[in-house]
Design a protein around this ligand. Structure first.
Ligand code: PEP
Length: 250
């Protein structure tokens, strides 16, 4: 029988926050979290890892990072490696977010290597895949997400069952345009089938939806058969909105 997947809601703060704002947001989140709810993580800018680690201590809120180097150590100025993230209690790390692919030229191969580096240090990579509007309009959605996913499967072999996937249509990120539940489910089912062909443990792999998820649309998205949670950008910066999404995932 397939293992039940507890839903995961992960917030991506992107390059937002500050010591005082983080403190207020996290205290409000911790106060509002239900004891028997879904898994919740916040992926924060690297300078705030220590602060957020301290504020999450003893709570069910888990800590995530937004990127990781593919290298272990050495002359890579500005980079942060997985061992460093691990020292701050990081449990999740985004890899291949579309903003990294778009603004930092991250390729499918590099994203796969970053996922491998995270896994090697016991950090769950949240591997982001998704098509641009032009790719969707050209009927290439399936080919694009499968190509992105295939690179990660190829590089990570049997460890693939330890990843989390986030399907994030690029045209829906930060735009207020959400994929319909049916559009999202269709792509999640494609990814689910691809993962099933790659590992007998595919039932463990959570596939999150990301792209303008908010308090109003969360429950219809999260109600789809293959949507196991959400990767939430803008709405994760407002405690009330994020808590409503978390409540919808129960
Ligand atoms: C994201 O940054 O991963 C994201 C989904 O952003 P938003 O929710 O703001 O669209």
């Amino acid at each position: 029988m397939a293992a039940p997947r507890r839903k995961l809601i992960a917030g991506n703060w992107k390059m937002n926050g500050g010591l005082a704002a983080n403190d207020a947001l996290l205290r409000a989140l911790v106060a509002g979290l239900a004891h028997d709810g879904c898994k919740v993580a916040v992926c924060v800018p690297a300078p705030y890892l220590a602060q957020v680690q301290a504020l999450c201590a003893g709570t069910s809120l888990e800590l995530g990072a937004q990127d990781v180097s593919q290298h272990d150590a050495g002359a890579f100025t500005g980079e942060v490696c997985a061992a460093m993230l691990k020292e701050f209690g990081v449990g999740y790390c985004l890899v291949g977010h579309s903003e990294r692919r778009q603004y930092h030229g991250e390729t499918d191969t590099l994203v796969a290597e970053k996922a491998k580096a995270a896994l090697a240090h016991g950090i769950t990579p949240i591997v982001c895949v998704g098509e641009t509007l032009a790719e969707r309009e050209a009927g290439r959605t399936e080919a694009v997400v499968k190509r992105q996913m295939a690179a990660v499967i190829h590089t990570n072999g049997h460890c693939i069952s330890e990843i989390v996937v986030a399907y994030e249509p690029v045209w829906a990120i930060g735009t207020g345009k959400t994929a319909t539940p049916e559009q999202a489910q269709q792509v999640h089912a494609i990814l689910r089938a691809q993962l099933k062909a790659a590992t007998e443990h595919s039932a463990r792999i959570s596939i999150l939806y990301g792209g303008s998820m908010n308090a109003a649309n969360a429950s219809s998205l999260l109600g789809q058969a293959d949507i196991d949670g959400g990767l939430v950008g803008g709405a994760s910066l407002k405690a009330a909105d994020f808590l409503q999404i978390i409540a919808a995932a129960r």
